[in-house]
Ligand binder design. Structure first.
Ligand SMILES: *Cc1c(COP(=O)(O)O)cnc(C)c1O
Length: 387
């Protein structure tokens, strides 16, 4: 079928990104703008202004720097251009995205100390405190806010206060939470926060962004270990003439601006949080009723994405489960937890409770078709999805 036909419906993405976007976000890309066009420069300026406001930064202390590439490029930009040459990074890890930070630091040959916790565990704050003393001269503390591996939400405010007390800069990867989980950068002592266009703000992929405390950023002169990912130079370029140093993702920026307007129309971060939370609650109620178990205890579980354990039944194969749901028009995501077999279902993107109920119906049909026996001993009895 021709995917450009008006009746075409894309599959619904229950993933950690790229996500389902609104038609109007996609339509915003039907323009060609030159990178020096006044309209484009104004668009970039407005995006940067709105991003700073979304971070709850009202006192002019923070700057938004847009960076080409996927979100990881922006994480790499922060490490490669803000850690001083003799600096050391304490990385708090409880999932694959924390591990990725370690990999970046290793590759950049930046001195670092990983503090690793189990994937189903909130970082122990006393251990963080101890590590800050034991690791010696830590100049930067880095942590993921919503660890998308499991959906766990890490205590960034407490960790930020410790980093600040230790005189270290504080870097938060808020890729999968920014825009949908209320967050005040200054109150969390954040110096650098990273997120990207195609997660909770519901734009299309193509760039990430860094919210940087200006005073911290200005001290990083000469630190950059990369030309294309040089954060300070990128910021200066945007400040001086409103332009990117190298080809900007014009269409992705047009889409993102529209996505920001739609976020505001939905009631900002609070409004989006309410929709995602409703998606999450509908999903988890329905999955429990079907007999699935979540990987995380509910108290630690954010509403962004949920990891579910594979059913015990040996007849279950993720590949067939995934393929059958995919055929029905629903895309879920493989697990990333290292010590348990899980799959993930995201609650983010332009999806609503009705989409989640449709997914639940498709999951029930699929387990019936595949002849999977589901038994959640702790929650036995319930096998019907509420409609
Ligand atoms: C998605 C995600 C990333 C990586 O983003 P890419 O756009 O795939 O590079 C990094 N950290 C977290 C927490 C994420 O959820």
């Amino acid at each position: 079928m021709d995917q450009a036909l008006p009746g075409w419906k894309d599959k619904v993405l229950f993933t950690p990104g790229p996500l389902t976007t609104s038609r109007s976000v996609k339509q915003a890309m039907l323009r060609d703008l030159g990178s020096r066009d006044f309209a484009f420069i104004e668009l970039v300026r407005d995006i940067r202004r709105r991003l700073v406001a979304l971070g709850g930064c009202r006192d002019g202390a923070y700057e938004a720097v847009l960076m080409q590439g996927s979100g990881t490029f922006s994480v790499e930009a922060v490490f490669s251009s803000t850690v001083r040459p003799d600096g050391k990074v304490l990385v708090i890890v409880n999932g694959a995205y924390g591990e990725r930070m370690v990999k970046i630091l290793k590759t950049l040959r930046i001195d670092h100390a990983p503090l690793v916790f189990a994937e189903d565990q909130i970082p122990d704050l006393e251990a963080v405190e101890r590590a800050l003393t034991d690791a010696g001269r830590v100049s930067c503390v880095a942590v993921v806010h919503c660890e998308t591996t499991t959906g766990i939400i890490n205590p960034i405010k407490e960790i930020g206060a410790m980093a600040k007390a230790a005189g270290a800069t504080f870097f938060v990867d808020a890729m999968s939470s920014f825009g949908a989980v209320p967050l005040d950068l200054a109150a969390c002592s954040i110096d650098y926060l990273v997120s990207s266009a195609n997660k909770c703000i519901e734009g299309v992929p193509g760039f990430g962004f860094v919210l940087a405390r200006r005073d911290a950023l200005l001290q990083t002169e000469g630190y950059a270990r990369s030309v294309s990912l040089d954060l300070l130079s990128q910021w200066r370029g945007l400040e001086v003439n409103g332009q990117f140093r190298f080809t900007p993702p014009t269409h992705a920026l047009l889409a993102f601006h529209q996505a920001l307007l739609e976020l505001e129309a939905e009631g900002g971060v609070e409004g989006r949080a309410a929709r995602y939370r409703a998606n999450y609650e509908t999903l988890v109620d329905g999955m429990r009723a079907l007999g699935f178990d979540e990987y995380l205890p509910a108290v630690d579980q954010g509403y962004i994405i949920t990891s579910f354990r594979y059913p015990q039944d040996p007849a279950f194969s993720f590949e067939s489960f995934y393929a059958s749901l995919n055929d029905k028009g629903y895309v879920i995501y493989p697990g990333k937890v290292s010590n348990a077999d899980c799959f993930r279902i995201g609650n983010i993107g332009r999806i609503f409770e009705s989409d989640v109920r449709d997914l639940l119906r498709a999951i029930r049909e699929t387990i019936d078709e595949l002849g999977i026996e589901l038994s959640a001993p702790t929650r036995a009895g319930a096998r019907s999805v509420s409609r």
